[in-house]
Design a protein around this ligand. Structure first.
Ligand SMILES: Cc1ncc(COP(=O)(O)O)c(C=O)c1O
Length: 473
């Protein structure tokens, strides 16, 4: 049946059709399943830890086992009631594009190894550039996600700052841990990563930034980068980008905007309004695997001056000398960490070609509007209270203690109980956050398959659990 590591065409077709059927059925049944499934390690070790077989097993049996024992015990980020963290619901053309790319075995490292995919990456990056209002000098690279985008951005920023021995990086207490990790990886000592307190609206204050930079410069440190958030993960808040850009420009500091969560709001009119000023950043991190409905892992780093990336990353290697095609034939490997890299552009391009931008714009706008509607529901609820206004598809709220008005610890306990019940008893998946140390339930409603009923039913469930928890306390 198999021949060494090869399969005959009929078997290839049969297995591909079998896998396709599994995926289509999964997608059809998804709303009736819980948004989360998982297992404790002891159980999974018993199921999976074994020596590899010396002889091959029947392919369908292996596929069935993979689906049952491995793939099913995961969070369903694309479930219509997956509201925790950042949901991700890839389009089917995006999934098919990943299959094609893998089947064609593309290595999108250089123009020589992948000229078509390299050009397509340029096309997709040019779309992003225009949506964000960047100039024609801008360029970028597709990455594994927002973490890799931040890392590549900080490498370029450190290069632009002249590799200072006592470098510092600035961000807010709302910035994603990925930014801190990226700073650490480029060698910024943890005690020189300045995590600045945000104001009552969870925004980075320019005054706090200016004081920190001034104190650091007086102490002989050199700022490498300021990181501003365009859609912080907790609250969807956007930092005052214009004011921060003014400050960074005046003081010659690289501004990186982490738009991994919120960046694609730029394709809508309300989103573009909120993100105004983003086009003044030196670099922007974006995640198509979040709000542009692509399969993992698909991130992007855009830089205002495309040559900044090549200055930081391009390194000659004799064994790769044949892959230099010269001007206008970029080697994407010269713009970031990875040499061998999968093609990430095809999925974006194919899904936009097949659905059109109007459908993408509508899907993003729907996430923004749905969060606003959910916030109105929460504001009118006798059981819930809104903790942050809806912003870019996210809202934070909690069960209020009602008549029994408890202290913060009591409210925290009450809401943890409610969250645990949603987790174990409901099909929805919700996560929590801390807002200036206050516990909050958090809903992120950007999945394009989520309906208002999915959101409303979940809020009603939380209200019911909230009432019961209050009564029991
Ligand atoms: C605002 C923000 N930045 C960065 C990241 C990290 O991105 P990734 O997981 O794609 O590396 C996330 C992930 O949720 C995020 O929300």
């Amino acid at each position: 049946m198999t021949d060494g590591l090869r399969m005959p065409p009929d078997l290839m077709r049969e297995l591909a059709a079998y896998v396709t059927e599994i995926l289509v059925e999964r997608s059809r049944r998804l709303p009736d399943e819980p948004a989360w499934d998982g297992e404790f390690q002891q159980e999974l070790t018993a199921r999976l830890m074994e020596e590899p077989p010396e002889s091959g097993r029947p392919p369908r049996e292996v596929i069935d086992r993979a689906v049952r024992d491995v793939l099913s015990t995961t969070m369903r980020h694309d479930h219509p009631k997956a509201f925790g963290f950042v949901p991700s619901a890839p389009t089917w053309p995006g999934v098919l594009a990943d299959y094609l790319v893998t089947g064609f075995n593309v290595n999108a490292a250089t123009w020589l190894s992948a000229s078509g995919p390299s050009q397509l990456e340029a096309v997709v990056i040019d779309w992003f550039r225009r949506w964000l209002g960047y100039p024609e000098t801008a360029g970028g690279v597709l990455t594994s996600g927002g973490s890799a985008a931040a890392l590549d951005a900080f490498v370029a920023a450190r290069d632009a700052a002249g590799h200072p021995a006592r470098g510092t990086v600035y961000m807010s207490d709302q910035s994603h841990s990925a930014q801190k990790r990226a700073a650490r990886v480029i060698g910024i000592r943890p005690d020189r990563v300045r995590v600045l307190p945000t104001d009552a609206d969870f925004r980075l204050s320019v005054d706090a930034l200016a004081s920190a930079v001034e104190a650091d410069r007086d102490a002989g440190c050199t700022p490498v980068a300021v990181c501003a958030d365009a859609g912080s993960t907790s609250t969807g808040t956007v930092d005052p980008l214009d004011a921060i850009a003014d400050y960074c420009e005046a003081h010659g500091i690289w501004l990186h905007v982490d738009a991994a969560y919120g960046g694609f709001a730029a394709v809508t009119e309300p989103g573009a309004r909120l993100l105004r000023g983003i086009e003044r950043a030196d670099s922007i991190g974006l995640d198509p695997h979040k709000w542009f409905f692509q399969p993992y892992d698909t991130g992007c780093l855009l830089v205002r001056d495309a040559t900044a990336l090549e200055r930081a990353f391009a390194i000659h290697h004799d064994v790769l000398q044949d892959s230099v095609w010269g001007a206008n034939h970029p080697n994407q490997a010269d713009r970031g960490l990875q040499l061998s890299r999968r093609d990430r552009a095809l999925k974006i391009w194919m899904s936009v070609q097949i659905f059109g931008m109007a459908a993408f714009r509508a899907a993003v706008r729907q996430g923004i509007e749905r969060a606003e509607r959910a916030a109105r529901y929460v504001a009118e609820s006798p059981v819930l209270e809104l903790m942050t206004p809806a912003s870019l598809g996210i809202l934070c709220f909690r069960v209020n203690p009602g008549e029994g008005a408890g202290d913060e610890r009591e409210i925290h306990r009450l809401n943890r109980q409610v969250l645990a019940r949603v987790f174990w008893e409901d099909r929805a998946f919700l996560s929590s956050t801390l807002l200036h140390r206050r516990f909050a339930l958090r809903m992120c409603v950007i999945n394009h398959t989520t309906t208002w009923d999915d959101v409303r039913e979940t809020l009603e469930t939380i209200e019911r659990f909230g009432r019961e928890a209050r009564a029991a306390s």
